[in-house]
Design a protein around this ligand. Structure first.
Ligand code: ADP
Length: 356
């Protein structure tokens, strides 16, 4: 077991998943929920798995702590092959992992303190061992004052903090988060995400989270994989995936996050249009502000700027510009080549008539 404050080695994959397959049998019909998943999750990082409903996220996270059996391939946690563990070893492994859930899974008839103590009680720890661990976990999540309250007396964000304290009470080395903020309002979501980040930084715990919200990925993850119909379709550092999403699903998931075509410019037939609307995505280390003028100077003719947006993600400025340029003879691949020093991606959003 890794104790709080342990030194971590970022070079060693904490979790290694190889050719993982998962089939369910639904009344004789096989459902292939995970298809040849290959993943290396580094130690001490926050790793996000994003996808739509039914993509296979829960199946994937549940295989990591042995809650779900696998149909093929392997999962190693620190070189320990999950499929070779006997029952007792599996229980030990689960104690090295904490898990938090979308709907918190607290026991309503027990106080906050009793909820947090539960995993230690189940593991047969003595009252003398339990008390300091529970106090430590409650302090970590800032709920010492609420120790004798019942879940019904807490807000959603506070309930999730109890869930986090309960997950940490065993001093786990991995924290699995299953849509941990999906049931929370924006303010509580921000508070819970910043708590998770703090726990990761302070304790060196590897966090694996699943979500359908890009905002969660942007806020706290170091790396992300996008999963669709049981397959990984895109993976990388968060800033890099946000600045140049390759797959249509990734672009769609990012749409809610980033700029979209101004409403007035939608659906203009190109036959009547002389302007092309482009989205230019760029990324640069935060220490080197990108030269927007140099970027725009590469575009021929008059350039109209419709929208501009920039985010800071993992010490990178990740931005997008929506511009209108004369459509005549615009060669996107030549432009891409010209702009490659500045721009990560060019997307044609549509056509417009020039503004009068
Ligand atoms: P997600 O978490 O991304 O919504 P899931 O892992 O829950 O996706 O589901 C992936 C696929 O596996 C879906 O087609 C779902 O219907 C199926 N599935 C998930 N759990 C079970 C189960 N216990 N029995 C049968 N099919 C399941």
């Amino acid at each position: 077991m890794v104790s709080f404050g342990a030194q971590v080695d970022f070079a060693v994959p904490h979790i290694k998943i190889k050719n993982l397959n998962k089939h369910y049998d639904v009344q004789g019909t096989p459902v292939h929920a995970l298809k040849n998943i290959n993943l290396e999750i580094p130690e001490g990082k926050i790793f996000g798995i994003i996808g739509k409903s039914g993509a296979g996220k829960s199946s994937l996270i549940r295989t990591l702590n042995g809650l779900e059996s696998i149909s093929g391939g392997s999962i190693h946690i620190h070189q320990q092959d999950l499929s070779r563990l006997n029952h007792a070893e599996l229980i030990q492994l689960r104690q090295r992992m904490g898990m938090i859930f979308q709907h918190f899974n607290l026991m309503s008839a027990k106080t906050v303190r009793e909820n947090v103590a539960l995993p230690l009680k189940v593991a047969g720890c003595s009252a003398a061992e339990i008390a300091p661990r529970v106090n430590e976990a409650l302090q970590l999540v800032g709920l010492t004052e609420k120790a004798d309250h019942y879940p019904s007396q807490l807000s959603g964000g506070q309930k999730q903090r109890v869930g986090i304290a309960r997950a940490l009470v065993h001093h786990p080395e991995i924290l699995l988060c299953d849509e941990a903020t999906s049931a929370l309002d924006p303010e509580s979501t921000a508070a819970v995400l910043s708590l998770l980040k703090e726990i990761n930084r302070k304790l060196g715990i590897t966090i694996v989270l699943i979500t359908h919200e890009m905002q969660v990925i942007r806020e706290i993850c170091d790396q992300v994989v996008v999963i669709e119909r049981g397959e990984i379709i895109e993976a990388g550092q968060v800033w890099s995936v946000f600045s140049a999403p390759q797959q249509p699903l990734t672009q769609e998931l990012l749409k809610l996050e980033q700029l979209d075509l101004p409403f007035a410019l939608h659906a203009l037939p190109d036959a009547h249009s002389t302007q092309l609307i482009l989205k230019l995505r760029y990324a640069a280390p935060a220490s080197q502000s990108p030269d927007l003028k140099a970027m725009l100077n590469q575009l021929d003719g008059p350039v109209q700027l419709y929208q501009s947006h920039v985010d800071t993600i993992q010490q990178h400025l990740v931005g997008a510009l929506i511009v209108a340029v004369p459509a005549a003879q615009l060669d996107i691949s030549a432009l891409q080549q010209k702009l490659k020093q500045h721009i990560a991606q060019i997307e044609v959003l549509g056509y417009a008539r020039p503004a009068h």
